[in-house]
Design a binder for this molecule. Sequence first.
Ligand SMILES: NC(=O)c1ccc[n+]([C@@H]2O[C@H](COP(=O)([O-])OP(=O)(O)OC[C@H]3O[C@@H](n4cnc5c(N)ncnc54)[C@H](O)[C@@H]3O)[C@@H](O)[C@H]2O)c1
Length: 255
Amino acid sequence: MPDLTGKVAIVTGCASGIGAATVRRLVADGAQVLGTDIDAQGGAALCQEIGTRFAQQDVSDEQRWDEVVAEAVEAFGRLDILVNNAGKVSGRSIGDVDMAAWSQVIGVNLTGTMMGCRAAIRAMTKNPGGASGAIVNIASTTAITPLPTDVGYSASKAGVRALTKSVATWCAQQGNAIRCNTVIPGATDTGILAEAEKATPGLKQVVAATSPLKRLADPAETAAAIAFLASDECPYMTGADMLVDGGMMSLHPGF
Ligand SMILES: NC(=O)c1ccc[n+]([C@@H]2O[C@H](COP(=O)([O-])OP(=O)(O)OC[C@H]3O[C@@H](n4cnc5c(N)ncnc54)[C@H](O)[C@@H]3O)[C@@H](O)[C@H]2O)c1
């Protein structure tokens, strides 16, 4: 288990699924965590149960990013970890996408992740003892094998991978010891998968059956990878993609 004692983390999208599992995991590993979510009721309930701090946040709101990061630094004295996890699907193909649906999914999944990286790096640069930190951005296997039924979601997640590598290499060039990596979950048993099923009926069953491990991921399994990348266990990892997909991206389509 990575030791996160003394680390301060922000986890977005903490009210359910992978975000909730990540808050549980980081707290269990010793971190102080500020969980955020657009869902005030669900996020507050989760954080109260775990005994950690909660702030309501729409990750697509630029000003709110500065406020949330300032709240974490004021409460805990520093910022070591940001998990850009909040995300949504749009359920629109290139055949029926409109600008409102496109802008919303790009705004939350891609622009929200960029604004989180920017705000976190500003705070991490000022950490007592010198600039340091770890950012973990959550993409999706749809960044590699896009869904024909959700053009905006797939494009946003492909963007998250490239964004992560740009952030990682820029930080390395600054010599500031801030790492940035991507976790790429496969089909995980959460609310977003149920939502995606509306555009792609039977998706859950199909992905479970076609996964080499023949099941969906439990959010805690994804949270374990996030905790590892957020920890000091992997100081040479930056700009990396960590697949947590049950082998799905490794399987030849003919088998
Ligand atoms: N579940 C999967 O199969 C799967 C696969 C690949 C990637 N992912 C990614 O994992 C991440 C977590 O999703 P999940 O599977 O736990 O789904 P989820 O729906 O259970 O959780 C998503 C959370 O994000 C929050 N959220 C949505 N819009 C927000 C906004 N604008 N600001 C702040 N919070 C917002 C929701 O309220 C919710 O609590 C997402 O980025 C998702 O794209 C999930």
